[in-house]
Ligand binder design. Structure first.
Ligand code: GAP
Length: 474
């Protein structure tokens, strides 16, 4: 048990350190001491995140004729969250250590002891905690004290205010930062149908920020207080729910395989305890090395007609759909796919991270760290490296960079030894390094190094762009 914990902690440390050292992810507001569970994305992290987002959008919107896009506002009418049940109902059970003041999620404590507290009542959770307390097993994971409070509810909603600063305290000026992006999709359902003349079944997809006052702020970018979700709400007649649900489950599973995740790294988790309006809910879990096991990355939920019925009721606007074939009106049912973009950044970093033996320039061996991303997700596709800073090599290398950058995210780097530059590109996950050496001036060819095999090939400059295009599409 403790060995396993060490492995996962070490792995997490390696990923966090690489992410900072190489400009993927930084702790937010670090110069002021940081903010728990909030992160900033650096140059490479932003590009990696954008590539994952684009890969999702491509499969969810671009390649389909039944899903359209949306980008709705973070602020929404406050009644939205009353209708959805979030105000007053979006809570997590919290336990505090009276000795060291650490804070824990009670459901996570119970999970460690094999008790599922998913969607359970506070009474159930406290009864289970008391059983552990009675046999001395309820201990603070930080300081070991047994002096822990009972569980109480903690709202995850992040409050803000809109209006003049003097109105700040007025209740009518309170707005919430959305805790999930799907709320905007429900509110724009009618405008989308009316403007695009859509017929059921169809989906609306969006990517955007969401905010939750998470109790436990550990696990790097797995669980943060500000994060991005990629959600798709599929509107349909209930008679086709089962068929569409199964198809979407398969579609989402295949997406992970498409981008290099293997079948053994993911699994399904079936929710046994469902919200009263839901008929089915499954999560896709990924086996994180840095978290020591399978954890949720995406939820696929059959939500019934709850969302549109509630918003119809609270807004007074009819959100029913008229089926021309049957001549009947009904409130569409919804199935959703919902995934955290930042959580996928961690998943792909975790999956791509490898340590391998590699030869050094002087013939000995060293350990190289390499991020073996799917080439489409890699932040930089090609690095152009002149062997030395000699002017004639720089000139050719800059010309190559100027051509390649029009087509691929390309980086020019002439600092340090070539060995160190290869290691740096390995740690960024760049699939191809193009080296301009003295021979280039005679044979108008360059060496192209493959990130994964480290094999080098001599390629004529005239055919370089075509060669890389083919290689990157493999
Ligand atoms: N609309 C449904 C919904 O929001 P959820 O299970 O609460 O469902 C869906 O969230 C996904 O969003 C999760 O599977 C996870 O990937 C991501 N997510 C949720 N909370 C998160 C957080 N605090 N930090 C990062 N990602 C989060």
């Amino acid at each position: 048990m403790s060995e396993k914990k060490n492995d996962k902690e070490q792995m997490m440390e390696k990923i966090v350190s690489l992410a900072k050292r190489r400009g993927f992810v930084f702790p937010s507001s670090e110069i002021y001491g940081g903010m728990a569970a909030i992160y900033d994305y650096g140059h490479y992290g932003t590009m990696l995140k954008n590539n994952i987002r684009d890969a999702w959008w491509k499969h969810m919107v671009q390649l389909r004729d039944d899903v359209v896009g949306l980008d709705s506002a973070i602020f929404m009418h406050p009644t939205t969250w009353v209708a959805s049940g979030h105000v007053g109902g979006f809570n997590d059970p919290q336990v505090d250590c009276r000795k060291c003041k650490s804070r824990f999620r009670a459901d996570h404590i119970l999970e460690e002891f094999g008790v599922s507290a998913d969607k359970q009542t506070l009474e159930f959770i406290n009864a289970e905690l008391d059983k552990l307390r009675a046999v001395g097993k309820l201990k603070c994971a930080n300081c070991g004290s047994t002096d822990l409070t009972s569980a109480k509810t903690f709202s995850l909603m992040v409050k803000s205010n809109i209006g003049s600063p003097t109105d700040e305290l007025k209740e009518e000026n309170v707005v919430y930062l959305r805790p999930e992006t799907c709320g905007g999709i429900y509110l724009e359902y009618k405008n989308t149908v009316d403007s695009l003349h859509l017929k059921l079944p169809f989906g609306i997809a969006q990517v955007g920020k969401a905010f939750r006052n998470e109790i436990v702020a550990r696990q790097f970018i797995f669980r943060t207080r500000e994060f991005e979700q990629m959600e798709m709400q599929y509107f349909l007649h209930p008679s086709v729910m089962k068929e569409k649900y199964d198809r979407w489950k398969d579609t989402r599973w295949q997406w992970y395989l498409e981008y290099g995740i293997s079948e053994s790294e993911i699994r399904w988790y079936k929710h046994e305890k469902l919200a009263h309006y839901a008929s089915e809910a499954y999560d896709i879990e990924f086996n994180f090395k840095a978290l020591g096991g399978f954890k949720e990355v995406e939820g696929i939920h059959a939500r019934g007609d709850w969302d549109l019925s509630q918003h119809s009721k609270f807004s007074g606007v009819d959100l029913s759909y008229f089926d021309e074939k049957t001549g009947k009106r009904f409130i569409p049912h919804i199935m959703e796919t919902s995934v955290g973009l930042n959580r996928l950044v961690l998943m792909f970093l975790d999956h791509a991270y490898q340590e391998e033996k590699a030869p050094t320039a002087d013939g000995s061996e060293e350990t190289r760290v390499v991020l073996k991303f799917d080439k489409r997700l890699a932040p930089v596709k090609v690095a152009v490296l002149p062997l030395s800073k000699k002017e004639d090599l720089q000139k050719v290398a800059k010309e190559i960079w100027n051509t390649l950058k029009l087509n691929f995210q390309t980086e020019y780097d002439e600092t340090q030894s070539i060995g160190k530059r290869y290691r740096r590109q390995d740690e960024i996950g760049t699939p191809y390094c193009v080296t301009v050496d003295f021979e280039t001036l005679n044979d108008q060819a360059v060496t192209v190094r493959d990130r994964d095999s480290m094999k080098q090939e001599r390629i004529k400059i005239t055919g370089l762009e075509e060669y890389l295009k083919e290689k990157l599409a493999e």
